[in-house]
Ligand binder design. Structure first.
Ligand code: GTP
Ligand code: MG
Length: 376
């Protein structure tokens, strides 16, 4: 599927190697036995991650599969220091997590604009023979080699930084809610899997405050075994403080639906169960008061529930209040997310793009941030 929403890339990175130190003995017409003057080698360049809020996806890195920093240059005579190698900076959106592609080990995360992290250190330059002179050895005839480069294949994954994540089956009314509460215009239709990629909406709240809601594709039973769109988009609710479960009023069994959704989330990442949850029964314009009362008795335990309609606006103010209260309750701020390593045994359909690389191996890096729909 061609999409501009790229939230996964695999890149081979290599830092620069250190330049060799120089072995040189100074000689001149009037100074036949000058001392050692070999300079140090330059440092190899680093590979650096840099948070940049102008980027919303990893689209610009999609075909950038090799990133090499520059090597340090050799030291020269007359104590001349070799030039340091150029570092390369990979611009990434906030919410980008880096993993080692071979082991799945968690390496680092960029959460803020302007934040920098050195992913790979360049090799140190070797010392020139000038550095080794001493009282007992006035003419050292050796110099250090530079340190080697470091290489690593990394996986970069983007996890959207939203406050509220929507969880529900296809057709639950997730996108309709986002369009009712924010200026975002997600596609809405009465067939499943209308939403194929996550989208953020900024929800205005009282007194010029606001919070961010993430609409993600629907989940179905068996998603953890790859059914439907699978669970790959669930990474975008890992960072949300609150999960808003959405179940339509015309469902047969609310409790069962809720259990299925919970089950799929747990299979994806049990830590999601530590998040605050709220349940919205959607499309309540289809119910009369009597039916709503009847439904109240059938609600699942252990989760506060609200009856809403994105069409008539029923319950939406209460919903925003409830979400805001949860978001601002200090006792909920326990979500210092422990970083899981990546399960690299899980087959990733996201590596597919490597076969369809129109640019060949080292394609151009596009400067633009991609025309991703982020509608504030
Ligand atoms: N009557 C009524 N219909 C609604 C309401 N909210 C959504 N719908 C309808 O339900 C259908 C599905 O809505 P979507 O918002 O596309 O559902 P979704 O959860 O985003 O679905 P996927 O993107 O496929 O996961 C559409 O036909 C909507 O018009 C509501 O409050 N009342
Ligand atoms: Mg949708």
């Amino acid at each position: 599927m061609e999409t501009n929403f790229v939230d996964y890339v695999k890149i081979y990175c290599r830092s620069g190697k250190g330049g060799a130190g120089c072995m040189h003995l100074h000689t001149a017409k009037y100074l036949p036995k000058g001392g050692p003057d070999g300079g140090d080698g330059g440092k190899g360049g680093d590979v650096i991650l840099h948070g940049n809020r102008n980027f919303w996806t990893l689209l610009h890195l999609r075909y950038q599969r090799h990133i090499f920093a520059g090597d340090g240059q050799r030291g020269g005579e007359n104590k001349s220091h070799g030039k340091d190698g150029d570092s390369v900076t990979i611009e990434v959106p906030c919410g980008t997590v880096a993993y080692d592609a071979e082991t799945g080990e968690y390496l680092a995360e960029i959460t803020e604009d302007g934040q920098t992290l050195t992913l790979l250190n360049g090799g140190r330059g070797g010392l020139g023979n000038w550095q080794f002179r001493s009282a007992t050895n006035q003419t050292p005839r050796y110099a250090q080699p530079g340190e080697p480069a470091v290489e690593r294949t990394v996986i970069l994954e983007l996890k959207l930084l939203a406050d509220v994540g929507l969880v529900g089956f296809p057709n639950a009314g997730k996108s309709t809610l986002v369009s009712a509460l924010s200026k975002a215009k997600p596609k809405i239709a009465d067939y499943p899997f209308t939403t194929l990629e996550p989208m953020l909406g900024l929800v205005p709240y009282r007194d010029n405050r606001s919070f961010v809601m993430a609409d993600i594709p629907g989940i179905i039973e068996g998603a953890s075994e790859g059914k439907g769109i699978g669970l790959r988009f669930l990474r975008h609710i890992e960072r949300n403080s609150v999960l808003l479960f959405m179940i339509p009023a015309d469902t047969n069994d609310i409790r069962r639906d809720y259990e299925i959704l919970l089950g799929e989330l747990t299979k994806y990442n049990p830590e999601l169960m530590d998040k605050q949850r709220l349940l919205a029964i959607t499309k309540c314009d289809m119910l009369d008061d009597e039916l709503i009362d009847q439904m109240r008795a059938e609600l699942p335990d252990g989760i506060p529930a609200l009856f809403i309609s994105s069409v008539t606006g029923q319950g939406l103010t209460e919903l925003k209040d409830a979400l805001w209260n949860i978001l601002n309750d200090e006792s909920n701020r326990i979500q210092t997310f422990t970083h899981r390593n990546l399960d690299i045994s899980r087959p990733s359909d996201e590596d597919d793009y490597e076969e369809n690389d129109p640019f060949g191996h080292e394609g151009p890096v596009t400067e633009d941030a991609g025309d991703v729909e982020v509608d504030w």
